[in-house]
Design a protein around this ligand. Structure first.
Ligand code: AHR
Length: 515
């Protein structure tokens, strides 16, 4: 691990900014609308659904015979909430599960599908009732693109090739089988992952060996009848820059995307509670979350050397917080609560992705329901939306909008392990109708922050907004109190003489629309 970039001296020297703390925070933002040329890919707002705990079974899928109201087996409450998020893509079936998944076990009459042990996630017996048809039909219902992860670790080249044919070919033996199983027309599948975490649960490989396997497996993933695959290679974990170097050298533009996984985790052996944490833990968490910028920058630096034209996308297809699972839940199912702290991790991470959108073409938060940093938690027939869900909802205005570069002048705080975090984090974009959206996060736990933004060439006259905050950073939504943390209308932003002035309450996340 090398996180020197975030050490006190290095960052202060680099930015020549004061490191201080004062009673009343003040900050200024300079927008550079003329320099905005990159589109923030909506795929940065991608989601991830793995066969893990109750993400699929219970979270998304209850089956047609369930007393829980459903549409063709998918929970109505969850479907409705997810439609509101305008999800661009959904990654499935893993994660680690993908490299033990044999897709033929998940087709045909549900009652006749073979069972398997989910070795990665608690040894739960998987009945394969949610398979290819159930997943791709769900994507159609949600209006999102599927991102299918293929099995390199324990599957054959033939198995992967036939899966692509089954899903996307109009004619031929696999298309015939699909039609027998009730689906006449092929689906459109663009994003296809060739393995997952091939350095670990996906086969414990060295990058040289995986590069060759990628070349071999991907050769047989064909484009049928106008369906064009976007092939994504299994990429590095966090600081493993050598993996990226070797893949770029040996695979290069044979891949369309190279993945990266980065979790905001305190310590893999002692992750800490999702809801019980100190102020110090909170600030440290944001420092760890913000370190993703340095990690991304370094991976991009390597990619730029081999691919200056930026043909290969960096796909952060797993990210988010990873805490101890909630006491009393099934070991290995990774069910965790989600507080305002998680909302900050979401907002700050999305702000970073926006900055590198010319290379970061996709990201998938882990995961969509009941696992890690979820959008949604379910318990039998109850559902709650998490603070992270609310951030994704407030930020959806940035999907496919033009990124507006900005500079922030604000105070910085030194936290545990000499990490440095700013008081204010922000991002801005202009949508296709010309509306500028500005998202601001006041990280400080106790002080409001007065922000001044010179609008310059932006002729905005009207500002409206939404705010997400709560009394305590550990506040979260429960099945008993589902609306403890939820967005409210925000009125503390005013435009006068070409200057936007905003007073952000302590620990708040705000999105403004400027028209
Ligand atoms: O998201 C949970 C797990 O984290 C995924 O299965 C795996 O890819 C990663 O290690």
């Amino acid at each position: 691990m090398n996180n020197n970039y975030l050490k006190t001296g290095a960052l202060a020297a680099l930015l020549c900014l004061p490191i201080a703390s004062q009673a009343q925070e003040k900050a200024t933002i300079t927008l550079h609308p003329d320099e905005g040329k990159n589109i923030i890919s909506r795929h940065i707002y991608g989601q991830f659904a793995e066969h893990l705990g109750t993400c699929i079974y219970g979270g998304l899928w209850v089956g047609e015979d369930s007393p829980i109201p459903n549409t063709q087996g998918y929970r109505n409450d969850v479907l409705g909430a997810l439609k509101e998020l305008s999800i661009p893509n959904l990654r499935w079936p893993g994660g680690c599960f993908a490299d033990e998944y044999h897709w033929m076990d998940g087709i045909g009459p549900r009652g006749q599908r073979p069972r398997m042990v989910n070795n990665n996630w608690g040894g739960t017996v998987e009945d394969n009732s949610f398979g290819t048809h159930e997943f791709l039909n769900l994507c159609e219902l949600l209006g999102c693109e599927p991102y299918v992860s293929g099995n390199v670790g324990s599957g054959s080249v033939e198995e992967m090739a036939k899966w692509v044919e089954y899903m996307t070919a109009e004619d031929g033996p696999m298309a015939k089988l699909r039609k027998q199983n009730g689906r006449e027309k092929p689906w459109k599948v663009h994003f296809f992952g060739v393995g997952n975490e091939s350095w670990g649960c996906g086969g414990s490989m060295r990058p040289e060996y995986y590069s060759d396997l990628y070349r071999r497996y991907s050769t047989y993933c064909r484009n049928y009848n106008g369906n064009e695959l976007f092939k994504i290679a299994s990429g590095a974990s966090d600081y493993d820059y050598n993996w990226t170097e070797v893949l770029m050298q040996n695979v290069g533009t044979r891949m369309n995307g190279l993945s990266l996984h980065y979790y905001t985790v305190m310590d893999w052996n002692k992750k800490g509670s999702a809801t019980q944490f100190t102020d110090e833990d909170y600030y440290w968490t944001l420092g760890k979350c913000l370190e993703i910028e340095d990690v991304i920058r370094r991976h991009i630096g390597i990619m730029d050397r081999y691919d200056p034209g930026k043909n290969v996308g960096l796909m952060v297809d797993e990210w988010g917080t990873w805490w101890d699972q909630e006491p009393g839940t099934i070991p290995g199912h990774l069910f965790q609560q989600n507080t305002l702290r998680d909302a900050f991790v979401a907002a700050l991470t999305l702000n970073v992705f926006h900055k590198y959108t010319d290379r970061v073409r996709m990201a998938n938060i882990a995961q969509i329901a009941n696992v890690l940093q979820s959008m949604i938690l379910t318990k039998e027939d109850k559902m709650v939306l998490t603070p992270t869900y609310h951030v994704f909802h407030m930020y959806k205005v940035h999907q496919d909008a033009t990124f507006i570069p900005l500079d922030i002048q604000c105070t910085r705080r030194i936290v545990r392990d000499d990490r440095i975090i700013p008081t204010l984090s922000a991002t801005a974009s202009r949508d296709q109708q010309g509306t500028v959206h500005l998202s601001l996060a006041n990280i400080d736990l106790t002080q409001p922050c007065e922000v001044e933004i010179a609008l310059e060439d932006l002729k905005a006259k009207k500002v409206t907004g939404e705010i997400l905050t709560s009394d305590k950073m550990g506040d979260h939504n429960t099945f008993e109190a589902p609306d403890k943390v939820k967005p409210q209308a925000f009125g503390k932003a005013k435009i006068s003489k070409g200057v936007l002035r905003v007073t952000l309450p302590a620990k708040s996340i705000v999105t403004l629309a400027l028209e």
